[in-house]
Design a protein around this ligand. Structure first.
Ligand code: ADP
Ligand code: NI
Length: 219
């Protein structure tokens, strides 16, 4: 099977698997990550096929979404085999996905440039305006509040609290979103992340201003 054909099959597969997702991992998240992965790959001289294929399949073994990570990884392996992806490519794609979807998803350094590119593309989609939107969507899905002024801001949650959605959308900025800025790998993504980070800071400033009614007092 040629590479274009494999990619088009991977698109169909991801669409089919994630069509009912309401947790911020829907097909359009995959689409954005795949598009950014291609753009970053072109800038950084990474293998475009590996980056795009890994991006298209990257959330199919996410611990937050699937019953068993091991089983999902097996299923991915079978899919790659059935679509005649070359062995060394399949191994690299599986390694990237396994590292990306590692618990919490954000501790493991990526071994290859292609892994770094996909991780950057996924992290870009977690920040900026889209990152904000996804965080509120995810919170609704989990039944978390948008914000609770009675809860002190916490920068760390236990894995159990995290899994059970004991946070709030606003708190998630302090747990994760604002910490991503220093964790991009490639120069191109580091540049893109700067603007998105500033936008989140502005959003929080405005959110608290409105929450505290300051805009009326100042006038
Ligand atoms: P990805 O798979 O794209 O790396 P995650 O699986 O970590 O992202 O999360 C998906 C989306 O949901 C992200 O935009 C993330 O910020 C948001 N999210 C994840 N965990 C929480 C949480 N505990 N509270 C609010 N939003 C969350
Ligand atoms: Ni993702």
């Amino acid at each position: 099977m040629n590479k274009e054909h494999i990619l088009s099959k991977a698109r169909e597969y991801a669409k089919m698997k994630l069509q009912n997702d309401a947790s911020g991992h829907d097909w359009w998240h995959i689409f954005r990550v795949a598009e950014w992965a291609k753009r970053i790959a072109a800038e950084e001289g990474a293998d475009s096929f590996i980056c795009e294929l890994s991006a298209l399949l990257h959330d199919l073994a996410d611990e937050k979404l699937v019953q068993s990570k091991d089983e999902s990884m097996e299923e991915l392996k079978r899919w790659l085999f059935a679509h005649q992806v070359e062995m060394k490519d399949a191994e690299q794609v599986l390694d990237i996905i396994a590292t990306l979807s590692f618990r919490g998803g954000h501790g493991e350094p990526m071994k290859s440039l292609e892994g770094q590119v996909v991780q950057d593309a996924d992290r870009l989609d977690a920040i900026g305006a889209i990152g904000i939107a996804r965080t509120f969507a995810y919170s609704g899905w989990k039944g978390q509040a948008m914000y609770d002024p009675d809860l002190p801001v916490r920068t760390t949650m236990t894995p159990d609290e995290y899994r059970h959605g004991k946070s709030t959308a606003i708190n998630h900025f302090y747990e994760k979103l604002l910490t991503l800025k220093g964790r991009f790998n490639t120069p191109f993504a580091i540049q893109l992340a700067k603007e998105r980070h500033v936008f989140m800071e502005q959003f929080l400033k405005q959110f608290f201003k409105e929450w505290n009614g300051m805009e009326e007092i100042k006038q």
